[in-house]
Design a protein around this ligand. Structure first.
Ligand SMILES: [Zn+2]
Ligand SMILES: [Zn+2]
Length: 433
């Protein structure tokens, strides 16, 4: 094999699968070099000899520090993971024991990032087509899902990490809503009796009995409206390739979906689609509407705060058989973002529709739950107990403002809903009451 150095200078770099580990700072991929420069400019050395720093993204998390050296940005790159993690070789060596706990994961992140930009062909991004109705999907975990959905060409851990990083979004929703969900009311199954009621209502709509209808006029049957999934505070997930979201439709061959991405950042990374449609009487919020994503799936995107829309009554009425909210890593309890949710969450509770929430880490998830407990005390029921998400991203990532802070997409999941008292009186109330 010829060495890469002999290739013409204008050829984009192609990294071989056995050549994915590089220093971030000296990476052959310009995008990664820029990322390293950003980390060096913004992340601080965690060594306790430094005076405390206040990170812009995490003001309340700054650890009290006993040191009296001034704060210093990271400048020394660990030779084992290739990530700048300390201000100097000395501070890196003195903090080596703590760093060792995440060094292997950082190295994996390094290699996965280079892999994604290696220029190789990605057979794992060839997504499976519609599911044959006779063939049940097994939603126990990623392996059983990919196998029963006949995803081809996912034959190593790296491919698994790359593909689950995207598929975690539709699968986190699908695995909770589906009648073959891995979550149940059995002991340790995390679903509560209230959760079973709420999800049962949605499953009734998403798994309708075969109507016997056909495509000809004789076969026409009245059709239920689609289930609306409101994805609030949408960011990266709203720009995922559409065939990733269509995987959700494939899990419910007879269900229909309307995904509604809502949030001020919901058009991030979608520059080609600007300017936004004008606000008109029939489209009062200038939604970007994609109604041909898949025959059973429509996607709307609205650049606004949910609470603004809610108060206009635009989505009214809400129906527990047809509506569900999802918040991917909302940071409800994060000091930098919780103020953005204080108006929204009580409105969501009012709708009585289920609210599925994910977190980047256990800490992130628990901080959100604590915030809900504190701000909505007595007003909600837990539908699904918090815990690790069976369909989390298997790929880890680091926080550019603090490379020691590693997390993965949708690490944990839980669900709650506004308390309701009389929706199922016949079944709920004991005869003696
Ligand atoms: Zn230092
Ligand atoms: Zn390291």
């Amino acid at each position: 094999m010829s060495t890469p150095a002999k290739e013409p200078p204008n050829t984009p770099p192609v990294l071989r699968p056995d050549d994915l580990f590089h220093s971030f700072t000296k990476s052959p991929i310009p995008e990664i070099r820029r990322r390293a420069a950003f980390i060096r400019q913004h992340a601080y050395c965690p060594h306790p000899d430094h005076r405390p720093t206040r990170l812009p993204a995490n003001p309340a998390d700054a650890e009290p520090s006993t040191g009296n050296q001034p704060p210093a940005h990271v400048d020394f790159e660990c030779p084992d993971c290739g990530i700048p993690v300390a201000c100097s070789k000395q501070h890196w060596a003195e903090g080596y024991e703590a760093h060792l706990e995440i060094c292997d994961t950082l190295r994996e992140i390094n290699e996965d990032d280079h892999d994604l930009r290696s220029g190789r062909f990605f057979p794992e991004f060839e997504y499976a087509g519609p599911q044959m109705e006779e063939a049940a999907v097994n939603l126990t975990n990623w392996d059983t899902f990919l196998y029963t959905r006949q995803f081809e060409a996912i034959n190593d851990d790296r491919s698994m990490r790359q593909v689950t990083r995207l598929l975690t979004y539709p699968l986190t929703i699908g695995s909770i809503l589906h009648e073959l969900s891995p979550y149940s009311i059995r002991k340790g199954g995390r679903l509560t009796p209230e959760g079973l009621k709420s999800l049962g209502a949605l499953r009734y709509t998403l798994h309708p009995p075969k109507s016997g209808g056909g495509i000809d006029i004789k076969g026409l049957r009245p059709e239920a409206p689609p289930v609306r999934i409101f994805i609030l505070g949408a960011r990266a997930e709203s720009s995922l390739p559409r065939n990733v979201w269509v995987q959700l439709a494939h899990l419910f061959p007879r269900g229909k979906f309307h995904l509604v991405f809502i949030g001020p950042e919901s058009m991030a990374n979608r520059d080609d689609e600007f300017p936004l449609p004008p606000r008109t009487p029939s489209n009062p919020f200038g939604a970007v509407i994609e109604d041909r994503v898949w025959p059973s799936m429509k996607i709307s995107t609205i650049v606004d705060y949910y609470h603004t829309l809610h108060k206009t009554g635009y989505f009214y009425p809400y129906d527990p058989y047809f509506d569900c909210f999802v918040m991917f890593h909302p940071g409800l309890g994060h000091p930098a973002s919780s103020h953005e949710w204080t108006e929204t969450v009580p409105l969501l509770l009012e709708t009585k529709a289920p609210i599925i929430v994910t977190g980047y880490t256990q800490y992130d998830m628990e901080r959100d739950i604590d915030w809900v407990r504190k701000t909505c005390r007595g007003e909600f029921d837990i539908l699904m107990e918090p815990g690790e998400n069976s369909f989390r991203s298997l790929r880890w990532d680091l926080n550019d403002l603090d490379p020691q802070d590693i997390s993965c997409g949708n690490w944990g999941a839980w669900a709650f809903r506004g308390k309701r008292y009389a929706l199922y009186p016949k079944y709920d109330q004991h005869p003696s009451k």
